[in-house]
Design a protein around this ligand. Structure first.
Ligand SMILES: [Fe+2]
Length: 489
């Protein structure tokens, strides 16, 4: 049987790699890697092993997870890349072909895999309680060895997590080390059930609550403060009858209101309060905190889903400008009598993949970084994310923007503190840049206070790394299970 991938957007630089790699001692072509950095920059790349048998599937979201890590120690950088051996990957490897069909549609699978987890583990890599988990929001987490990237297997927190799907965007409370996470469609495909969990700093489940969303939709991320959890219900809807008819699993519904569901931390499901607002699509949470009365939650929102491959519910044409995400602050008054919320813009340029100094997760913060899709007036060659920005969400400090270069794509920026006592935003930003004309990638280590200065170091790879969603730094103490909090080592 010929192996041939479809001739779609994923060619040339973005063609599947399908290669597991070990390369010690990466070349540092400029500057020097800080000697004291001790940890790993983990990135989960989608990389399909076997071509799909579904025509025009959502290729980008339905790829096998490929875990990669830049390991730092004594000024040297080693690189490792391994497939996440999900139940799905193992079954398809044995068959030597794809067995799972359309994105998020179990009715399209080969009958031999009925009931097997469809998860691809291709979104984020989390370290908490000394465990490395590869995560995708439609399936259980997959545990991996943090040092070898060997797959250990599905992880359900010692049987305490019964939700059939777990978010890829848990939050770690920077004051307690607790893990706050949830699952949507938690009782099976296209169900309205949402399960909310907290684990203590050792990874033991200490709280569980279930409730129903007003309608079934993609719930990619949450906002977490010291006292509240906010669940964004925005109408990238998902209905069982659509997947039964083999239609796209998600459709954008511009007639529905947005609901922000607020629970007290460790609250019961029947305590949820719904705050309503105008139609728009949630992307990612930047940061969030509360002052006892008001919740301040910063997020990316677009007029419709960023994913243009999901159609409008009535089949109408998609306006590209409506897919552009912008950073906004949402304010919710928990002592008010109303059921609305207010919004204010945070940044003028469209962008995504926002991150903060995670030592300030759940508490007041100001430093953020994100990738930009467009900077009006600036020349660009190529598509996708080509700029990286740092900004002060308090509005007190300047924002800075760095262009990655013509025909270069830039991956999610990750902040790493300079040292244990570093001030907020004092440290480095790591980002992988794809140099499309040279068909290779490099890791930039930038001074977070001045991303326009020459990089602290440029680490070269002799091959390309496909564009990916998310990348996370974990210091050596996190990898060894000694802490859950971000550090340089
Ligand atoms: Fe994400």
């Amino acid at each position: 049987m010929n192996i041939r991938f479809p001739n779609n957007d994923f060619t040339s630089f973005e063609a599947p790699m399908r290669a597991e790699i070990d390369l010690d001692g990466l070349e540092v072509v400029q500057g020097a890697v800080p000697q004291h950095l001790d940890g790993g920059f983990f990135r989960l790349i989608g990389d399909r092993k076997w071509p799909s048998f579904v025509e025009n599937d959502v290729f980008m979201l339905n790829e096998d997870g490929m875990a990669s890590c830049f390991y730092f120690k004594d000024g040297r950088v080693n690189f490792r890349m391994r497939y996440v051996r999900t139940p799905r990957f193992v079954a398809e490897e044995k068959a030597g072909r794809a067995l799972f069909g359309q994105y998020r549609n179990p009715f399209s699978d080969d009958s031999s895999v009925a009931g097997l987890s469809r998860g691809t583990a291709n979104v984020t890599m989390l370290v908490h309680g000394g465990k490395l988990l590869a995560m995708k929001e439609d399936s259980p987490a997959i545990e991996m060895n943090p040092f070898t990237l060997e797959t250990i297997g599905e992880y359900d927190w010692d049987g305490k997590v019964t939700a059939t799907a777990i978010t890829a965007h848990p939050k770690i409370d920077s004051r307690t080390g607790e893990l706050v996470f949830f699952g949507y469609c938690a009782a099976g495909p296209a169900t309205t059930d949402i399960a909310y969990y907290e684990a203590d700093s050792n990874g033991r489940i200490i709280h569980e609550a279930w409730f129903h969303a007003p309608y079934t939709c993609m719930v990619h991320d949450i906002m977490v403060t010291q006292n509240y959890v906010v669940f964004p219900i925005t109408p990238l809807r998902h209905e069982l009858e659509w997947i039964q008819r083999h239609e796209p699993a998600f459709k954008w519904d511009y007639t529905k209101e947005v609901y922000l569901g607020v629970l007290p931390r460790k609250g019961r499901g029947d305590q949820i309060r719904w705050f309503k607002g105008p139609n728009q699509c949630h992307g990612h949470t930047i940061g969030a905190y509360d002052d006892g009365r008001y919740i301040y939650a910063d997020n990316t929102f677009s007029k419709r889903s960023f994913f243009r491959f999901f159609p409008n519910i009535d089949g109408s044409q998609i306006e590209p400008a409506h897919t552009m995400p912008y950073a906004k602050r949402v304010v919710i008054d928990m002592e008010g009598q109303g059921d609305g919320f207010t919004e204010q813009p945070l940044f003028e340029y469209p962008g995504e993949l926002p991150r903060i100094d995670t030592r300030f997760e759940t508490v007041p913060y100001s430093f953020a970084t994100m990738n930009l899709l467009d900077v009006p007036g600036q020349e660009r060659v190529g598509g996708g994310f080509q700029w990286i920005a740092t900004l002060d969400v308090s509005g007190k400090g300047p924002s800075k923007i760095l262009y990655a270069g013509h025909n270069c794509s830039i991956g999610e920026p990750q902040f790493v503190p300079a040292h244990d006592e570093a001030a907020e935003g004092e440290g480095y930003i790591m980002a992988v840049v794809g140099r499309h004309e040279q068909m290779r990638s490099e890791l930039l280590i930038l001074d977070a206070s001045d991303i326009n200065a020459p990089p602290v170091a440029t680490v070269a790879l002799p091959f390309r790394l496909r564009s990916t969603g998310h990348g996370y730094w974990y210091g050596g103490r996190q990898l060894r299970g000694e802490t859950n909090l971000l550090g340089a080592w």
